[in-house]
Design a protein around this ligand. Structure first.
Ligand SMILES: [Ca+2]
Ligand SMILES: [Ca+2]
Length: 338
């Protein structure tokens, strides 16, 4: 009799655990946790997905007619599409790290951001800057000590994404948080980032294939931004997302896993080194990127990014000590092993 009772209990427990796991697999938003800096995290379930893109150049040229052919030819590093399994659940920042959270980190830790420590500053927007002096022909100037994490040249509230932070600054923040809270923080891997951005979708954006669908979920280069950069007007969304510069994090609809601003607002550093041929040799389980490299990957596009470059599969890279008025971060908080 006792044996039967134990068997029944184990059966009920198994059913309960299965139901919980199933709920995660179906992508229902899991309970968010909040850390000591007020960052909120959402539990991302284990699972597998198809990483990358194998859309043909002809299809992309047809659907993005304003782009020169060379721009769609440069996207070969998104192939081959390959199966990736995420074998450990993890908490991912529901939002990008904000200016206010980064300030709290600096005040509590005494850490000096790289743009201040090396005295060269960051980048910033200057409406009066002569664009002919800039390689990219835009109104960003730098490096200059007047620009830093708290001044990208336009007004940001404490609830906007922090910019002008280097990969090394991001790592410093994760190390400090890990030590303070006794829970491991880190940047997401490139694979974790794309898995979370897609949230079960296979389309170009979590909102579908049409770039105009982005205005519901993302702050990118839109009809509001083009007023400031008329030279790039043809690349702007025809719709308005109502922000010419950064927006407060969480201003748009989340993806189906409850994550905000995965597309746009600030580019997000991930932990991987970049290699353009990595997908051909990536392991299936929890790929970590190449063992070494020169530049680190950033993902998702920013408030200044054109729609082709805000796709879920788009990969970009810069050196780990780069600081720019478009690049910020989002953290992973690991789930403690049971
Ligand atoms: Ca915008
Ligand atoms: Ca983002």
């Amino acid at each position: 009799m006792r044996h039967l009772l134990v068997t029944a209990l184990v059966y009920v427990l198994t059913l309960t655990i299965s139901a919980l796991l199933l709920a995660d697999e179906q992508g229902s938003p899991s309970a968010a946790v909040e850390n000591s800096l007020g960052m909120k995290f959402v539990l991302v379930p284990t699972g597998e997905f198809l990483m990358g893109s194998d859309e043909s150049q002809d299809v992309l040229s047809q659907d993005y007619p304003q782009y020169e052919r060379r721009r769609v030819q440069e996207l070969g590093d998104e192939a081959p599409v390959h199966r990736v399994r995420i074998t450990q659940p993890f908490y991912l920042g529901q939002f990008e790290v904000t200016v206010g959270q980064f300030r709290k980190f600096l005040e509590a830790s005494g850490y000096i951001p790289e743009s201040v420590a090396d005295g060269t500053g960051g980048y910033g927007y200057n409406a009066n800057y002569d664009p002919t002096k800039s390689d990219s022909g835009d109104a960003f100037e730098g490096r200059d000590p007047k620009y830093s994490w708290h001044n990208p040249g336009f007004v940001q509230g404490d609830n906007h994404p922090v910019l002008n932070v280097t990969w090394n600054d991001a790592i410093a923040l994760t190390k400090w948080l890990s030590e303070k809270e006794g829970i491991k923080y880190r940047l997401p891997t490139e694979a974790e980032w794309e898995y979370a951005c897609r949230a079960g979708t296979r389309t170009r954006y979590a909102s579908g294939n049409n770039p105009e669908s982005l205005k519901k979920i993302a702050n990118i280069f839109d009809a509001d931004a083009k007023e400031y950069w008329p030279r790039w007007a043809q690349f702007a969304l025809s719709g308005h997302d109502n922000f010419a510069f950064t927006s407060p994090v969480g201003s748009f609809a989340p993806n189906s896993w409850g994550l905000y601003d995965m597309h746009g607002n600030a580019w997000e550093w991930v932990s991987d080194w970049y290699a353009n041929d990595y997908y051909a040799k990536s392991p299936i389980d929890d790929p970590q990127g190449p063992a070494d490299g020169i530049v680190r990957v950033r993902r998702g596009g920013s408030w200044h990014t054109w729609s082709l470059y805000a796709r879920s599969s788009y990969r970009n890279w810069i050196s780990p000590n780069s600081r720019y008025s478009l690049v910020g971060m989002r953290l992973v908080r690991e789930v403690p092993e049971r």
